[in-house]
Write a protein that binds this ligand. Structure first.
Ligand code: UD1
Length: 421
């Protein structure tokens, strides 16, 4: 089994270049099913999750051509189906994002219920509620769901009970070709929503309000081809920012939009780090401190503290001076990394969605498991400052969301390797 082994690495120093955002690329690739003209996407990260969504498109008949490491050409002119295959759906929850575009393009779609990280129930009721409001009939089986719109989709006002990222994206994509105007109220405001909308508008869609909680979509008859560059990954950036903080390092994070990581910047300053923003160059520098001070974080939809950086920040708080509290409000079961951090000598007590952390002066290396993608990143961070060696198993989770994290960490001075154990 492949593992990542990390040793105490001292201060990390240097520059690291951030890849394109996985969570922006996934819906944009799915949205490429909406039109019949070729799409070119740049800054697409090389990740296993991206391979899965591209395979989903291929299974539907789309032609995929890799132009270079991070550019891909998608031709959806000749699709041969509207059913996303079961094995690919099970491998990744985001495969469900093809449902909106397929429904818009064919008036019907059938998909199997999605898999993904085991971080809670992750229902799809809000996606389906949106499709229903647009006039689709929904038939739910035990493990699959079908949506049919016999007379075409029609715009409506849709209030989503929680600003779900995926539901907002799926409804936007379905409404792009619907008749009339759709307004999504209480929409998610994540930068990845804005990137999707920028992409769709380039192809001829008429969508306004992305980044606010009311998104207005005027349906258009067709989309054209076009080229788009995916925004940088704010969670990969956050991970390296925290790597600088936890090692008392000095890291320049290149290709990072400071506005997208404001809660991370604020909290790193709160714990004692210095953050210097260079907006002209889309980069920022995080300078650590020899005394991290405990603080509280609470995950929230954007622009709040991102749930996808919660585990990594918790790793940092385990070595802080004093007490900290982490409250997870987005997912119901996103503390699986706690047991692993406990193995490394952290002191953490959880109660439902709250974790209380008493900082310790040192962590110790241990055999731990990447229980999900961000948990895996958190364990790498903890391993950088633990005494001895930390062996992380189940690293396929990490490959879902980080391209060559080992190489990037090494370039900053980390003692880290992939091994076959
Ligand atoms: C996306 C991100 C994921 C991130 C999450 C929250 C992608 C591919 N993934 O996931 O990395 O952690 O946003 O920022 O972009 N919910 C419902 N019903 C629904 C849909 C969601 O109750 O129909 C709930 C979920 O159970 C969860 C919360 O809403 O508790 C947030 O989920 P959502 O924003 O939809 O996350 P994803 O789009 O799946």
């Amino acid at each position: 089994m492949e593992k990542i082994v990390v040793s105490n690495s001292g201060q990390l120093k240097g520059s690291v270049y951030i890849d394109g955002a996985k969570n922006a690329a996934l819906p944009i690739i799915a949205a490429s099913l909406l039109g019949t003209e070729p799409i070119i996407l740049n800054n697409v990260p090389k990740l296993s999750d991206i391979e899965v969504i591209l395979e989903v498109l291929q299974s539907l008949g789309a032609k995929i051509e890799h132009l270079d490491k991070n550019s891909v050409k998608i031709d959806s002119s000749n699709l041969n189906g509207y059913e996303a295959p079961r094995d690919l759906m099970n491998r990744m929850r985001a495969s469900f994002l093809v449902m909106g575009p397929l429904l818009a393009r064919f008036g019907k779609t059938m998909t199997y219920l999605p898999g993904g990280c085991a971080i809670g129930k992750r229902p799809i009721d809000l996606h389906l509620k949106g499709f229903k409001a647009l006039g689709a009939e929904i038939h739910e089986g035990i493990d699959k769901v079908e949506a049919i719109s016999k007379d075409g989709l029609k715009g409506d006002i849709i209030y989503i009970d929680f600003p779900s990222v995926g539901a907002t994206q799926n409804i936007i994509m379905a409404a792009t070709l619907a008749e009339g105007e759709t307004i999504i109220e209480n929409a998610a405001k994540e930068p990845e929503i804005i990137d999707l909308v920028n992409f769709l508008n380039k192809l001829g869609a008429n969508i306004k309000g992305a980044g606010t909680s009311a998104i207005r979509i005027k349906g258009v008859e067709k989309l054209y081809g076009g080229e788009h560059t995916i925004i940088p990954d704010r969670i990969e950036a956050a991970t390296f920012m925290i790597a600088s903080a936890i090692t008392n390092g000095d890291i320049v994070v290149e290709n990072c939009i400071a506005n997208h990581v404001m809660p991370i910047i604020a909290k790193l300053k709160e714990v004692g780090c210095k953050v210097i923003i260079n907006e002209d160059k889309d980069e920022l520098r995080v300078i650590g401190t020899d005394k991290i001070v405990g603080t509280d974080i609470k995950t929230l939809p954007y622009p709040g503290f991102p749930t996808d950086a919660q585990a990594q920040f918790m790793a940092l708080l385990t070595i802080a001076d004093g007490q900290s509290k982490v409250t997870e409000t987005v997912f119901e079961n996103r503390f699986m990394h706690v047991d692993e951090l406990l193995r490394m000598g952290a002191i953490i007590a959880t109660d439902a969605r709250e974790a209380r952390i008493a900082g310790v002066p040192k962590l110790k290396g241990a055999e731990v498991k990447a229980t999900d993608l961000r948990a895996g990143a958190a364990l790498i961070l903890a391993g950088l400052v633990a005494e001895g060696k930390t062996y992380i198993s189940d690293i396929y989770h990490i490959d879902r969301g980080y391209d060559d994290i080992v190489g990037k960490m090494r370039s900053l001075g980390a003692k880290i390797d992939r091994i076959n154990d």
